[in-house]
Design a protein around this ligand. Sequence first.
Ligand code: ADP
Ligand code: ASP
Ligand code: MG
Length: 408
Amino acid sequence: MALIVQKYGGTSVGSPERIKNVARRVARWRADGHQVVVVVSAMSGETNRLIALAKEIQAQPDPRELDVMVSTGEQVTIALLSMALLDSGLKARSYTGGQVRILTDSAFTKARILSIDEQRMRADLDAGYVVVVAGFQGVDEAGNITTLGRGGSDTTGVALAAALKADECQIYTDVDGVYTTDPRIVPEARRLKTVTFEEMLEMASLGSKVLQIRSVEFAGKYRVKLRVLSSFEDHGDGTLITFEEDEKMEQAIISGIAFSRDEAKITVLGVPDRPGIAYQILGPVGDANVDVDMIVQNVGHDGSTDFSFTVHRNDYVKTLDVLKNVATHIKAREVQGGDKIAKVSIVGVGMRSHAGIASTAFRTLAEEGINIQMISTSEIKISVVIDEKYMELAVRVLHKAFGLDQPA
Ligand code: ADP
Ligand code: ASP
Ligand code: MG
């Protein structure tokens, strides 16, 4: 008998029929003698609908009230799934994040899980219940409802698996695993049988939304066995996220291509080239709670230099505002920016031991006439910022150039 945590995403619980389908799958695992905890997202489109509704009242919704509101999406699905399970003759009970006591900090809309009280779930499991828990939400010390950021139900699933020391955490979604890139953009993309935590972390942080990055961090930290599977197919092993040292198989040099449209670029032109300038520019940006991603500073000439960096597109306007004051203060010539950019990244642990990956990538983009605006690299990834309108083309040609396309 194993203890399994299963997480079902929005599309997988998108209609009453699909919820019944989830109940049938859970019933099969119960029939095989396993204990099951199920985490569900809101029905597809519901979280977006709720956020849009809030914005009709308040352009920038109050974060505490927004969390009270968007957490209702998941509260609906836990009840519906429990009803479906009861209807199929199983014992089932639903819980909100607060009821399980998924304790988080108080950072509304992007809270972090601090601890989970697994006693209640364990008692229910031992009494033969399927435990159904709302994803994406928790409660802070003061009892306020919090949410974990978009895609946060993945993190709830993995965190529950860690707290319960589950044998496996299964993420059921609308694709049958992690692919070499988003199969919706590149139909030739291939499913990976395994991917290392390190690569999955990079892919998630660089824009592959199949798993929320925090869920991957959690799984790595607590050594949770994590698998991504299709909720629409009954067979298949999906993709297992593995630790590199466990990996005995031959490893491709490049595992995948990630991309993100959530970027904006800002350039401060004509900055005096002297010590402390990076701090004077980025200090106030950090103080405004904006995370900076790529940074490029050109070689100075005439005692001045240009300083560019990228931020999340949602923070673009705020960052420009902050920099207006900064620019005057440091006597920079001008601040420019644009949010019509995209970041495309090549990820693979094999890069550590192989040269020439960057030049292949740059040549491939040059052959398509795609201009690279910024570059950043780490041991296992190369990212480029390009014009947004070439993003899909760039992903497709890089996918092909690195031999990732499925054999025809
Ligand atoms: P859920 O609602 O189940 O959480 P998501 O929409 O959050 O589902 O994540 C699944 C989607 O992630 C897929 O439909 C796919 O379009 C997208 N995706 C992006 N990159 C990848 C990738 N490398 N492999 C698989 N899916 C990916
Ligand atoms: N419902 C939330 C969202 O849409 C959480 C999730 O689906 O993981 O972001
Ligand atoms: Mg998701």
